[in-house]
Design a protein around this ligand. Structure first.
Ligand code: COA
Ligand code: MG
Length: 288
């Protein structure tokens, strides 16, 4: 399991030079450099060359770097991989993944090149078939994470956008559960109205409460809210510390259970408390 923070995962179109440069200083935990749907057909060739060059020339620091290529079944997918491999990407994000065979095909292509010996694979979960096959996809070779593609999902489901996302709930939760079972990262879909801060905050909170590690974002103005919402709060950190102290004290007395704030604290709560502290420490390290 990747223990780095993935609170904010920013999409950047591979064709936008200024945004690619700007991102070296943005507070994103991870970046998805996109060659797929954010890049117009006429720009596909330029974008992949520009991106390969920028990835080699610029320093993105500790930010996780994912490159979303076009589907291997498209006319651009193999060329994307060929050119991007030069930049030794840490991960390839594959769109429109319907079944584990799509991941296996990409894994074989990565196996065949020394530059991509260590490259991991992330999958877009954005089709009904992909959602139904999520458990097998999550366990396919090199898999490290799922990204929810909620716009594509809503399109294929024929469902409407609602603030509570009830129509999408099962399609969000099946891949999420599959990711947890396989021990890989899962990040939530984008919030399209990038000027609506309250709406973004509410949707981030919903994704966090469900168990997502973070949210994909389309604009730098969304970074701060996602970073805040997906980080443990001061109150959570304080409670985690008190639970661990109370549990240690109980054990020293020869007891297996403690009580904090009127609630029982057992072994399993200590696991959660330790995870909260580890996440807070990883975030503090990231923020320098
Ligand atoms: N990553 C990095 N920088 C970005 C950015 C992004 N996703 N989106 C905008 N910026 C930068 C711009 O370059 C601009 O920088 P500057 O002021 O230094 O020139 C600044 O942020 C402000 O941009 P703004 O004018 O508010 O945005 P816009 O109107 O030009 O573009 C979008 C709005 C939505 C088209 C643009 O944010 C975008 O392309 N987002 C990504 C879309 C995407 O990748 N979709 C695929 C997955 S859903
Ligand atoms: Mg998509």
């Amino acid at each position: 399991m990747d223990t780095r923070p993935f609170r904010s995962v920013l999409y950047i179109p591979g064709s936008k030079e200024r945004a690619l440069e700007k991102a070296t200083g943005l507070a994103a935990d991870a970046i998805i450099f996109d060659l797929e749907d954010a890049v117009a057909i006429d720009e596909k060739d330029n974008a992949r060359n520009l991106l390969a060059e920028k990835l080699q020339a610029l320093d993105y620091g500790a930010r996780a770097r994912l490159v979303r290529i076009n589907a291997l079944s498209s006319q651009w997918g193999r060329d994307d991989l060929e050119v991007i491999a030069r930049a030794r990407p840490e991960a390839i994000l594959l769109p429109k993944v319907d079944e584990a065979a799509h991941i296996e095909e990409l894994a074989r292509l990565l196996d065949a090149r020394p530059e991509t010996a260590e490259t991991r694979i992330w999958a877009m979960m954005e089709s009904p078939l992909g959602v139904l096959n999520a458990p097998a996809i999550a366990r396919a070779p090199r898999m490290a994470g799922f990204v929810m593609g909620t716009n594509d999902l809503a399109k294929d489901m024929g469902c409407r956008f609602r603030a509570d996302r009830l129509p999408l709930m099962t399609a969000l939760q099946l891949p999420l559960i599959a990711a947890k079972a396989a021990g890989i990262v899962a990040v939530d879909g984008v919030y399209n109205a990038f000027k609506d801060e309250d709406g973004l905050r509410a949707e981030c909170a919903q994704g966090r409460d469900m168990g997502f590690d973070g949210k994909t974002l389309i604009h730098p103005a969304q970074l701060e809210i996602a970073n805040q919402v997906f980080a443990p709060s001061e109150a959570e950190i304080d409670l985690a510390r008190r639970q661990i102290a109370a549990f240690d004290a109980a054990q020293a007395r020869g007891e297996g259970v403690a009580v904090v704030d009127g609630k029982i604290v057992e072994n399993l709560h200590i696991v959660t408390a330790q995870q909260i502290l580890a996440k807070a420490a990883a975030i503090a390290e990231r923020m320098g």
